[in-house]
Design a protein around this ligand. Structure first.
Ligand code: HEM
Length: 237
């Protein structure tokens, strides 16, 4: 049951994500619209995108509060997800040992950053005005995922050994799995269900900025209109 759900969710996510990327890649960029000052070489564009992904440069210029909350959330998310690898691999590599406590701290930072981003939408009139229900929904969904995760860390301990056996069984043919029935295990199943919801809506939502960023003409174009003629793909002879 859990395995069937996991496979359906992963297929929806992968097919949805990749087909959106194909749509982005095929969309013509008729004009040179790199936001200046922009790099004048391909290598410069690669550097621009790398620093954009790591430091959120444009967001910093546009909105300092969104930048601070966004950077804290995504940084913590990266650490939390790296720590999660231990649930899916066996044996667990040695460097995961010291990462455990850092991962839990990152979980707290992640929940804090999401709370901050939610308050920003609720308390700043100008941001509230342009916020749609979906904007709140994603923050609340992510908060619920982080909240159920942290509850497992601090209050309702689940049976991690049984959880791992069940997760590993998803890509093997092991049977006779340990049951997940304590209060902590139920919290885990809730965590997993919320993650499944997140994965299913991901390709159809603004979360696609994760892939879309690389296809944005204002960021990925080389600023060389004088050296090289930009041909509008719609203007075929
Ligand atoms: C299939 C995917 C996932 C599984 C199986 C899973 C499983 C778990 C488990 C078992 C814990 C408890 C940690 C412990 O007690 O050792 C946990 C914690 C947590 N999870 Fe997940 N999780 C998944 C996906 C996610 C995602 C996508 C996010 C974020 C968007 C997330 C955020 C967290 C956070 C913030 C914590 C608390 C901090 C930590 O222990 O790392 N999880 N998760």
């Amino acid at each position: 049951m859990l395995t069937v759900l996991a496979y359906i969710v992963v297929i929806i996510f992968l097919v949805g994500f990749l087909s959106r990327l194909v749509i982005y890649a095929r969309s013509p960029a008729p004009l040179k619209i790199a936001t200046t000052p922009a790099p004048t070489t391909r290598l410069g564009v690669v550097w621009r995108l790398v620093t954009e992904v790591i430091f959120f440069n444009s967001l910093f210029k546009g909105d300092k509060l969104a930048w601070a909350g966004g950077l804290a959330f995504h940084g913590a998310l990266a650490v939390v997800l790296i720590r999660h690898i231990r649930y899916f691999v066996d044996p667990v590599p040695a460097f995961f040992g010291p990462l455990q406590i850092i991962g839990i701290v990152a979980g707290v930072v992640m929940a804090g950053a999401l709370g901050f981003l939610l308050l920003r939408r609720l308390l700043i009139d100008r941001v509230k005005y342009i916020s749609s229900p979906a904007d709140y929904l994603f923050l609340i969904l992510l908060l619920a995922i982080a909240g159920t995760g942290l509850l497992m860390d601090f209050a309702l301990r689940p049976n991690i050994v049984a959880i791992k056996a069940n997760l590993m069984a998803m890509w093997s043919s092991v049977t006779g799995l340990p049951p997940l029935n304590s209060a902590g295990d139920v919290m885990f199943l809730l965590h997993l269900l919320l993650v499944a919801v997140l994965f299913v809506i991901f390709p159809f939502s603004k979360l696609m900025h994760a892939g879309g960023l690389f296809f944005s003409p204002t960021r990925n174009q080389v600023d060389n209109p004088r050296e090289q003629k930009h041909v509008n793909p719609w203007a075929e002879p």
